[in-house]
Design a protein around this ligand. Structure first.
Ligand code: ADP
Length: 331
């Protein structure tokens, strides 16, 4: 029987399980046996001294229709995920190719961020066709307007900030909240608008703390008594920003770093549906004999690109209009 593999790699994201489920069931419906590979690319290699060859079989699991039951609504990934630094070395890429041949895999679906896509590219070049599915809460992959987990992460952050707002309101405070996004401010921008923040500070747009403080003071004169500032992880120093705001405005300010809570939880409708669409399309590509590609979303539709194009250094254009709208209507 023809076989395909599926793995999750890099940082986890809610909705990865929905993608694993879709890949498994699409594969089975097209006549494939589907092999789950555990802990990213680690599941395909054997690192001398780290573990023995005997454990190789424990690193894979055949996925039947019922093995992926009851996971569409869960965060995390049943296949586990991990970084695998060895995979940057040719020796281990060759080893992974041998392992895929041993397992009889005609292709592998790689769910992860752009680091994982580099691994998928290398394995494709080695002769194992791979298709990447964008899975990262940061939405920082150039070729796609959406990545699995992004919607859930935004909703989680929004709910958390709503809770902080209650307490900021009771105490007439300013709440400075750091949300995830090391290289991209998409979560900060959208959550900032969704919670009615005074400002969303991201790496993409320059900011002046004095301007932020002035805006707070103007709103205070206008009757506003509590304030929310969203800071993207890439900007960092939420504590320093809170201190500075307190110093400039005299309003008690507290910093909160939301952290990994944004990576967990039950995926939203959007993440479940998109993960299912992307998973199905990834299998379709492999079935058509196409590898070295990534599936992506454009205008709400699933499209696909050469992995090299997906890894291009070009940066996704920041949504300046949304940023401007958010600034204008927060007063
Ligand atoms: P993400 O996929 O979320 O961007 P990472 O950047 O940590 O996360 O990458 C995940 C994994 O992808 C790495 O641990 C490694 O196994 C693989 N990977 C990353 N960069 C490369 C590369 N240049 N060549 C081969 N594999 C890579």
């Amino acid at each position: 029987m023809r076989k395909i593999g599926v793995l999750t790699s890099g940082g986890d994201a809610p909705g990865m399980n929905a993608a694993v489920r879709a890949v498994t069931r699409a594969g089975i419906s097209k006549g494939y046996e589907v092999i789950g590979i555990k802990r990213g690319f680690n599941g395909l290699i054997n690192v001398e001294g780290k573990e023995s060859r005997e454990t190789m079989d424990a690193k894979i699991k055949e996925l039947g229709v019922r093995d992926v039951s009851n996971i569409i609504h869960t965060g995390g990934t049943i296949l586990y995920t991990a970084r695998c630094l060895e995979f940057k070395e040719q020796h281990y890429i060759s080893q992974a190719k041998i392992r895929c041949d041993e397992l009889g895999l005609v292709g592998v679906v790689v769910i992860g961020g752009d680091g994982s896509f580099r691994g998928a590219r290398d394995l494709s070049l080695e002769g194992v066709p791979c298709v990447g599915i964008p899975g990262t809460i940061d939405n920082d992959i150039y070729c796609t307007e959406y990545t699995i987990g992004y919607d859930t992460a935004m909703n989680t952050a929004m709910q958390m900030v709503d809770k902080l707002r209650d307490t900021a309101q009771s105490h007439d405070r300013c709440s400075v909240v750091e949300v995830m996004g090391r290289r991209a401010g998409w979560i900060a921008l959208n959550v900032g608008l969704a919670v009615g923040a005074m400002a969303a500070i991201t790496t993409e747009m320059p900011y002046d703390i004095n301007e932020v403080a002035d805006k707070i003071m103007k709103s205070k004169e206008n009757g506003k008594q509590h304030f929310i500032i969203i800071v993207s992880e890439g900007v960092g120093d939420a504590d320093g920003i809170a201190k500075k705001i307190e110093e400039l405005t005299g309003i008690e300010s507290r910093a909160t770093i939301l952290g990994h809570v944004q990576r967990g939880g039950s995926p939203t409708v959007r993440d479940r549906v998109n993960a299912s669409k992307l998973g199905y399309n990834a299998v379709e590509l492999l079935d058509e004999g196409k590898g070295n590609r990534v599936v992506a979303m454009k205008g709400g539709k699933v499209v696909d690109f050469d992995i090299l194009e997906a890894l291009s250094k070009k940066r996704k254009q920041f949504d300046k209009r949304l940023y401007d709208i958010s600034r204008v209507i927060s007063m």
